[in-house]
Design a protein around this ligand. Structure first.
Ligand code: FAD
Length: 501
């Protein structure tokens, strides 16, 4: 085991992963390490990845980013959830809102009472019991109001949409101002120690060596260090997540700035719509086994808010994860560590949680195999739990209009997911293991949104009189409706607090 004190950290890549890592390490490590970042303008960044989930607020807080300044700098908007169109059946539409559904009152969770009353025709649609879903429907936005701790207004979960290139630029400014040294140039080769295969330097096209003790591979899909140099291996999940291509295209903004991402299922994939202040980001994620690039482009261009601002840009990928995110003295973060399609906007969150884990297990003298194993165990757990949630959307479709959707409905799924579906199918039960990312509220919304109705509800629900349950549900619904009424329009909120110039 190497025993010298770790002094130099080299981050390879300056996309979202590279600059988020640089900003976080520079902030938390307070000058103790020499942090270097190598990127190539010639190669550029993947340039997509513009929708997030609420945990990003914590990242921004840790690195000291002011929200209004950040939204202005990245032409951003607020996000309260994702609208799924055509996912269960063609014509279906549901919102997966952030945060809570309902309000617990008795022993059993809110949704169990709702299931009973829905069956009796005495409940409103589930979305009426969720503030972020109702606010999304009306294009309203307000951050949580801490002075109202007992109101739904005190508990609004939200995230952001932003321009990925502007976010990387913003973080770069921040990281460089905190001492990160940037090296520009294409890395031509990776130098490894003959003794143990650890990386000791990356060598740029002009011959310059950038040396380090710990290397963070943020080089994107190519995995320059983790795969090309260390040949760590990749676990392919195409049999569960079959989409393998995307076309991305920005277009003119729609007149209304919606506070949610939209995901519209097409015949062999789905299209994202991400509203920003200066444009709308769009992309079609599709499966090349079931459609052609031309058909995919036509479907994408037929579903834009306004005039396209560029030609569709193709991106190819293989869903899955690196067998080890940390191998020898290389930690892969971002696309270098794996990729699940952006259906639930989880990639940037995975970058954030990898950075947090790296900080938790940061090496001092050498690389302790126990720490490395634990880091890798946690990464795998996180990836697999998110993977199951994303597969759920595909598996739970009832579309019979295309071979792609039929194949998805029939495909075998991981046992861990089959278990969750079975728990819900019988009694509407849900389980969240070891603080996994998606809560019961998220699972409930997809189950319900994609038409899985449980056979039974919890037996204790019958202990409450029906009228009392009806009154309870109505009370929750009314409070939420009143709260949404007082929330400002999303566009008006942005104009007042964070309009980009
Ligand atoms: P990249 O952006 O590819 O950066 C790689 C860096 O490595 C670049 O700076 C490049 O110059 C450098 N590099 C590579 N090779 C060399 C070399 N030889 N020499 C020098 N430098 C080199 N995530 C979300 O959270 N939400 C979303 O909505 C979302 N949508 C997505 C849609 C699609 C179609 C795809 C593919 C991804 C999406 N993601 C999304 C994921 C998100 O885009 C990425 O997680 C994020 O951009 C991080 O990318 P990265 O920094 O790992 O890689």
């Amino acid at each position: 085991m190497q025993t010298d004190l770790l002094k130099t950290v080299v981050i390879v890549g300056g996309g979202t992963a590279g600059w988020m890592t640089a900003a976080a390490l520079a902030t938390t490590m307070k000058g103790r390490y020499d942090i270097r970042l190598v990127e190539s303008d010639e190669i550029g960044i993947v340039g997509v990845g513009e929708a997030t989930i609420p945990m990003i607020q914590l990242f921004n807080k840790i690195v000291g980013i002011d929200e209004a300044e950040f939204i202005k700098a990245t032409q951003g908007s607020f996000k309260l959830g994702i609208e799924f169109v055509n996912w269960g059946r063609v014509g279906d539409r549901y919102m997966h809102g952030f945060g809570k559904i309902g309000q617990d009152l008795w022993t059993v969770r809110f949704d169990q009472y709702w299931q009973k009353m829905r069956a009796l025709g005495r409940a409103q649609p589930l979305e009426q019991y969720c503030i972020t879903r109702m606010a999304s429907r009306q294009n309203k936005f307000l951050p949580p109001q801490p002075q109202l701790p007992n109101s739904p207004l005190g508990d609004i979960a939200y995230a952001y949409h932003f321009d990925a290139s502007l976010y990387a630029r913003f973080l770069r400014g921040l990281a460089e101002s905190r001492g990160v040294r940037r090296f520009e140039g294409r890395i031509d080769s990776v130098s490894q120690r003959p003794t143990d295969g650890h990386v000791d330097a990356v060598v740029l096209a002009g011959g310059q060596r950038v040396e380090g003790d710990l290397f963070i591979d943020c080089s994107g899909f190519r995995g320059l260090l983790i795969e090309q140099a260390l040949q760590t291996g990749y676990e392919d999940w195409t049999h569960w997540l079959p989409c393998d291509r995307a076309l991305a295209v920005p277009c003119e903004s729609a007149p209304t700035l919606t506070p949610y991402t939209r995901s519209t299922a097409h015949r062999a994939g789905w299209q994202w719509r991400i509203p920003l202040q200066h444009r709308t980001g769009n992309g079609h994620v599709y499966c090349s086994q079931f459609t052609t690039d031309d058909e995919a482009a036509a479907a994408l261009l037929a579903n834009l808010d306004g005039k396209p601002l560029a030609d569709p840009r193709p991106i190819r990928f293989t869903t899955g994860m690196r067998r080890q995110a940390w191998n020898k003295n290389v930690v892969a973060i971002g696309l270098a560590s794996g990729f699940m399609e952006p259906l639930e906007s989880t990639s940037i969150h995975l970058i954030q949680s990898s950075i947090q884990r790296l900080i938790d297990y940061f090496p001092d003298r050498g690389f302790n195999p126990v720490d490395v194993a634990e880091y890798n165990r946690q990464s795998r757990f996180e990836y697999e739990r998110i993977r199951d949630f994303i597969i759920l959307h595909y598996k739970l479709n009832q579309r019979d209009d295309s071979p792609f959707w039929k194949a998805c409905a029939e495909m075998p799924i991981p046992d861990s997911l089959a278990h969750k579906i079975e728990l819900f199918r019988t009694h509407g039960r849900m389980v969240r293991i070891d603080n996994e990312l998606f809560t019961e509220f998220s699972w409930l919304q997809v189950f319900e949104g994609q038409n899985l109705v449980p056979e039974r509800y919890h037996p204790l629900v019958d202990l409450q009189p029906e009228d009392a349950i009806a009154e309870y549900l109505e009370g929750v619904r009314e409070v939420i409706a009143k709260c949404v009424e007082v929330m400002p329009d999303h566009q008006a909120y942005i104009d007042k607090h964070c309009r980009a110039s």
